[in-house]
Design a protein around this ligand. Structure first.
Ligand code: KG4
Ligand code: ZN
Length: 349
């Protein structure tokens, strides 16, 4: 079985061909960093237009690299949300058009399900259920993954996503965009104890997250250095910020493990999972509990289409039905529709 995957929900345009047995026949990603860099963040309209330009040749390229034609694929999977709606519509409409033209079933995939199931693409032995820490630019959640289409959300952020906090910190420090990798690089030479930044919600009962206060503390620290901090101070701020984030992620994940019931593994996914000190801290938490720890390779952590194609493979294997051509593009789409709203939770799915 071969699935063509399409991803366009944020600022990466991506196409991939994945086989049902987990072989990745091709995976192409074009990031739009240069287009958004002047603005220090993703501009939705610019993103949508860039997807329009990039996607069609990219789908052709993914098929070519896989050595197949559209006639050879068994299904088409496109991200249908959550995300920036203009971009989501570009990818979903492209998927629908290909599905109609080639008479192949369409799978309208939840981007979060793509991240959530991605570890099983590279770790075939990973069994359900596992606890997933999903940390990206738009999301910060702890989920128990019980199977394709079966998720229990244990925690979410009551304000910002953790990747957003990395991006904002990078912007304040003048480190450029995208912020996460830049903060990680700067932090490597800084002193994590130089600034006593807050650890919001640490030790609270429910394992929710909050990063707005930490972001404000970074702003104050930067403002305290009139003309902007020196490179050394910027490195200290980056290191102290990253240390605070890691303390929060580890404490919240520990608490979620206490509440999740028996799980087969602790898994981290999403763009922030590319951060090596974050990975190391979570690995230590898992080790302390004699729990398997899985972090997908970096290319699979950030947005890509292989995880979207793979989510369709998982759904097909679980006997879940294909979607109709009327499948909606959704700006918000929680993985666990039964999860209660959290006080302060506003913008994110
Ligand atoms: O999953 P992703 O590619 O897109 C979303 O679905 O949001 O995640 C992108 C986010 C950005 O906020 C980026 O700054 C962050 O992941 N990120 C990192 C690192 N690499 C990417 N954050 C911290 N350290 C990194 N090395
Ligand atoms: Zn993502």
């Amino acid at each position: 079985m071969l699935v063509l995957g399409i991803e366009s929900s944020c600022d990466e345009t991506a196409a991939a061909v994945v086989a049902g047995d987990g072989r990745v026949l091709s995976r192409l990603v074009a990031n739009q960093d240069a287009a958004h860099a002047p603005y220090g963040g993703v501009v939705p309209e610019i993103a949508a237009r860039a997807h329009v330009e990039a996607l069609t040749p990219m789908v052709a390229g993914a098929l070519r690299q896989a050595g197949i034609t559209l006639a050879d694929v068994d299904a088409i999977a496109a991200t249908a949300g959550p995300g920036l709606i203009g971009g989501v519509m570009v990818g979903l409409v492209t998927g629908k058009a290909l599905s109609l033209a080639a008479r192949k079933p369409l799978y309208a995939i939840n981007h979060l399900e793509g991240h959530a199931l991605s570890p099983r693409l590279v770790e075939p032995g990973l069994a359900f259920p596992y606890l997933l820490l999903l940390v990206s630019g738009g999301h910060c959640q702890l989920l128990r993954v019980d199977g394709a289409g079966r998720y229990a959300r244990l925690a979410t952020t009551i304000d910002d996503a953790v990747g957003e906090a990395f991006d904002k910190t990078a912007k304040l420090l003048g480190l450029g965009f995208p912020g996460g990798p830049a903060v990680e690089r700067a932090a490597a030479t800084g002193n994590p104890k130089a600034f006593a930044f807050p650890r919001p919600l640490l030790h609270t009962d429910e394992p929710h997250f909050s990063f707005a206060g930490l972001k404000t503390a970074v702003l104050r620290a930067v403002q305290a250095h009139g003309q902007g901090p020196s490179a050394d101070t910027a490195a200290d701020i980056a290191a102290s910020f990253q240390a605070a984030v890691i303390d929060c992620l580890v404490d919240r994940t520990r608490r979620a493990l206490d509440r999740a019931g028996p799980v087969e593994a602790l898994v981290v996914a999403g763009g922030v999972a590319a951060n090596l000190p974050v990975r190391a801290a979570l690995q230590a938490l898992a080790d302390a509990r004699a729990l398997r720890f899985v972090a997908p390779p970096l290319w699979l952590c950030t947005d890509n289409a292989a995880m979207i194609a793979w989510a369709a493979c998982e759904r097909i294997a679980a006997g879940l039905p294909a979607d109709g051509l009327d499948a909606p593009a959704r700006p918000r789409w929680p993985l666990d529709p039964d999860a209660e709203a959290v006080r302060g939770a506003g913008v994110r799915a």
